[in-house]
Design a protein around this ligand. Sequence first.
Ligand code: GUN
Length: 293
Amino acid sequence: MILLDGKLVSEDLKKSIADQAAIFLKENERKPHLAAILVGNDGGSETYVASKVKNCEKVGFESTLIRFDTSVSEIELLNEIRIINERTDIDGLIVQLPLPAHINPDLVTETIDYRKDVDGFHPVNLGRMQRNLPCFLPATPFGILLMLEYYKINTSGMNCVVIGRSNIVGSPISILMARNANPGNCTVTLAHSKTKNIKELTLNADIIIAAIGKKNFLSADMVKNGSIIIDVGINREESSESRSGYKLFGDVDFEQVSKKAAFITPVPGGVGLMTIVGLLKNTLSAARKEIYS
Ligand code: GUN
């Protein structure tokens, strides 16, 4: 079994991003700049946004964190997005999800200028992704592709089962793995809560991408020997054992599944760290106007 080591890969790729950020600074007399909007104080979202801000600093980007109380109105949030859309000193904008129930996430996503949509959630970017045109790829699927690329895994012709059809991960990664590209060229099955007999599908899979948000969902009896396992789950459970007060669990029973897998990502230390790399790469592309001028 080979561990797909998110720590090692992300640190290596961030070095290269930092080098490129230094060149950008020299040429443009400013740093690439990411703005993040955080609504409310959900524990998970707080952690993710703090990590995004910290990593911006690490690679030599500027970041701006804009916080709103949970009670912020939809119109107030949309107005802030429109202000940032107009700012020429900000290259990328993300609004951390989930949002409170009174705010329509689709409206929020579509209000972000697609040229600053470094989360790759805007319909323009998703449509261009589906057509294999230059675009911002959603950060987590992008991170998964970068991981497969780093380990030189050729996925062409593989049976890929994606479990979970979220807008953020499952749905876009299923499109990306089926594209005529490498990583890609897979025969993709997108399994979800209404899928019958998931085990029959996963036992036939060369690569499984688990993104459902259920601790230890994928057990060893569901995978064949020599398969590639990508665990996107970040399930937080309170724990007195750790300093942060919680512990993270993936969607995969790592201990047992790793005995059968050829490659596997751990949680923590796997895909989560690669998501940040995807976001940083998109922000650098946005600053350089590589995709949209
Ligand atoms: N919530 C969970 N994942 C993500 C992500 O990649 N981007 C944003 N904006 N919110 C998220």
